[in-house]
Design a protein around this ligand. Sequence first.
Ligand code: FES
Ligand code: FES
Length: 158
Amino acid sequence: MTKVTLTVNGQTVEKDIADNRLLVELLREDVGLTGTHVGCDTSQCGACVVHVNGKAVKSCTMLALEAEGAEVVTIEGLAKEGALHPVQEAFRDHHGLQCGFCTPGMIMSSVDIIRRNPELDEQMVRAELEGNICRCTGYQGIVKAVLAAADVLKKEAV
Ligand code: FES
Ligand code: FES
């Protein structure tokens, strides 16, 4: 067992964990944040995406020990003071989800995509979301939601 210390959604987390514990296991099982989903465990689906030091990461592909000292944000940490993040609002408003299983990962990836691409178009959104799979085939609404959220965030930044 090795001690790992990191920040999750602004709170310090300190745990003794096995060296092979995955970040997603730490978040879901040790910290109790089950909004981060496991859809495949093989780096394909993107349901487990969280932010590590501001970048989208598939948390099933990262050892928890690699997050030592890192700032991790999960879907539970995105809303601020009871107000949904604009990307969450946009997914709700544009029917960007059906069963919702892929949604936490889709939203965490989308926040990162919008941050990295000030000028997004539909093709770019589709290409960027390649690593996130929706089994309900809800991509039309998802793409609309990401583009709408990008517009809102651009206006907020002005
Ligand atoms: S559970 Fe991590 S990519 Fe599918
Ligand atoms: S909304 Fe069901 S898997 Fe995407």
